[in-house]
Design a protein around this ligand. Structure first.
Ligand SMILES: Nc1ncnc2c1ncn2[C@@H]1O[C@H](COP(=O)(O)OP(=O)(O)O)[C@@H](O)[C@H]1O
Ligand SMILES: O=C(O)C1=C[C@@H](OP(=O)(O)O)[C@@H](O)[C@H](O)C1
Ligand SMILES: [Mg+2]
Length: 167
């Protein structure tokens, strides 16, 4: 069983994927980290060189060609479900879990913005406006997830509990 964690930047996909994989005693794959490992570039460098559309092409290819172990937890990048047929692909190949969080809570999580090129130049006020707008665009994709979890006060144990019915 592959478990894909999706949701906005800062909702905790990368952190919770590690905790959940630890609890389930299975491997964790962070697709952003795989992109960094494979290209030798940071996400910010990849954006700077190939633009957002180059990044979207590459992350979609990575999603669909990665040699996943039978059972694993996968942290996706925040934008991944919202491009091409990536959301459909994940729903067809595993369980999808949306870590849902309010914009103001997301702002408070996103201190270190330099590694996230879409928000690196925004102050807190601009970031809140940006997130509200983006979430409206992205929510129709995120809410196609099979499971939706409130991510505000989430830890590995609560996440495991929330997905128990499907694993
Ligand atoms: N339950 C939590 N409570 C407080 N901060 C958290 C929690 N989970 C993650 N964080 C922090 O929020 C930030 C974003 O987490 P991260 O896992 O990188 O999110 P994502 O991969 O969804 O962008 C990190 O600084 C992380 O330490
Ligand atoms: O939301 C987005 O468009 C992005 C989210 C990032 O991943 P995280 O959600 O793990 O920060 C990373 O893939 C890239 O900076 C673009
Ligand atoms: Mg992440």
């Amino acid at each position: 069983m592959k478990i894909f964690l999706i949701g906005y930047m800062g909702c905790g996909k990368s952190t919770k994927a590690k905790q959940l994989a630890h609890r389930l005693d299975c491997p964790v794959i962070d697709l952003d980290a795989e992109i960094v490992a494979k290209t030798g570039k940071t996400i910010a460098e990849y954006f700077a060189e190939f633009g957002e559309s180059g990044f979207r092409d590459y992350e979609s290819e990575m999603l669909k060609t990665y040699d996943y172990p039978e059972t694993c937890v996968v942290a996706t990048g925040g934008g991944l479900p919202c491009f091409f047929d990536n959301m459909e692909w994940m729903n067809a190949h595993g369980e999808t879990v949306y870590l849902q969080m309010e914009p103001a809570a997301l702002v408070s999580r996103l201190h270190n913005r330099q590694k996230r090129p879409l928000i690196k130049d925004l102050d807190d006020e601009q970031l809140l406006v940006f997130i509200k707008e983006k979430l409206q665009e992205r929510d129709p994709f995120y809410t196609q997830a099979k499971i939706i979890v409130d991510a505000f006060d989430l830890d590995g144990e609560k996440l495991e509990e929330a997905i128990k019915g499907v694993i």
